[in-house]
Design a protein around this ligand. Sequence first.
Ligand SMILES: *[C@@H]1O[C@H](CO)[C@@H](O)[C@H](O)[C@H]1NC(C)=O
Ligand SMILES: *[C@@H]1O[C@H](CO)[C@@H](O)[C@H](O)[C@H]1NC(C)=O
Length: 506
Amino acid sequence: MPKRSQLKKPTWIIILVSLVCVFLVFGYVYPPRDSVACHVFSSSSCKKISSWLPPLERELSDEEIASRVVIKNLLKTPSTKIKNPKIAFMFLSPGSLAFERLWDKFFKGHEGRFSIHIHASRVKPVHSSRYFQNREIRSDKVDWGKISMVDAEKRLLAHALKDPDNQHFVLLSDSCVPLHDFDYVYNYLMYTNVSFIDSFEDPGPHGSGRYSDHMLPEVEKKFFRKGSQWFTMKRQHAIIIMADSLYYTKFRDYCRPGIDGRNCYADEHYFPTFFHMFDPSGIANWSVTHVDWSERKWHPKSYGLKDVSYQLIKKLSSITESVHETSNKKRITTITPCMWNGMNRPCYLFARKFLPETLDTMIDLFSNYMKSTVDRSPPAGGSEAPAAIGSTYRRLSAGIPSPFKISKTSTDYISPQRRRMSEREVPRRESPWGRPEGDTRQPKAHRCNDRVEDVVQACFEGNPFKTVPGPFKLFWQCMQSKPGEEPTEPFYYLQLAPPSRDVKLE
Ligand SMILES: *[C@@H]1O[C@H](CO)[C@@H](O)[C@H](O)[C@H]1NC(C)=O
Ligand SMILES: *[C@@H]1O[C@H](CO)[C@@H](O)[C@H](O)[C@H]1NC(C)=O
């Protein structure tokens, strides 16, 4: 065949390669949509092919488009500066709150910086603290594991949102106790941009095993997450929850006990999945409320009188890693450091499942452990104020690092006059030659001392290339400034991605 022999070998190769390219491009643009294509290949190779094809762009329904537009817009809206930001403490309880007297101690002296909201679902509570008087909202029945639990949470959020000063919202139960003092909790929640919502992927029966295909197309299995219901939420996220009905409806209808022969609990999946889908970097992925599941029973461990001690509280309040365990046979445990504004800090502000019998012991302990484990924020205008600043090394040696003083050296919570250091006298060692006659000068701390301390501290906060530049810039500005015109703004470290490691048990 003379004609064919005229086509030289390279031409054949080029045609062959082009054909393969066209085939691949075609496959890329029109990926196999149904199983017909998969029957041509074996089904496993079909999976492989689809895994390196781009994800299918699903056409969104009208509701989804509307819903996403609202969520995106709310997420973009910057939070307004509030003169007197408050934290809303929302108690979910069947009746009276056993630890009211403990909370009374916690709140004392901080009037105007918090609000309390109580959802008592069964019995009208009797109060022993004036802060809790007349704070009940209209409540409804709450069934454990049912959507009525989420409804109660939403009802609390709605009531708390009515006060425009409320900027962060904390959900607590009647068995919750505080692990730190009010200032610590306030600063921990107020000076961060995330909501502390627990969210992780559990491929086991108590995680994705509870997913139902009825949730499609809005909620795909790959987005399904699990987490403890005890959240704290920034205002923006609380408003988004108020605006959502599409995803709420999906969980109400298809994540409930007994769906498809499985038990799904909306309160453990709705928020974790929802925020994982729409604002994954806006949530911390762990809950600031500690609970002990280590006994692996149906309910977490309860702390009774014999368990409660100073050591227990100290132990719980100094945990700096959050642990998630999958519910499948492999029981994969993921340990993640709790990163607060890029720094490893204690994970827990509250702890759950304390029995009412521990109340008096806890009240005694509270005054003790608050004093010893927590940096108190400086008293307003006190004479000891300057000493409270720049105590970097005392802070580090105090055992539990304070989350707020280290991350932000800020006028937000330290008044400007505290910031000025130049009044502080520096202890002076006598020179062996004595002082010149008539010299009564006293050396003073340099006005940029604080900034130097910030830089020194930044060296030990992780990757110095990321942590040092911010504080150093402010130090440099301070040195260049005229006395009295020192920069007063806070510094931020760059957000560092938390390292995580997987530990396999068994
Ligand atoms: C929080 O967000 C604001 C505005 O988006 C930003 O200026 C600030 O640096 C953020 N703070 C932290 C601690 O990430
Ligand atoms: C929480 O997890 C999601 C994905 O699982 C991740 O994208 C996000 O960055 C995490 N949030 C934080 C604050 O690390």
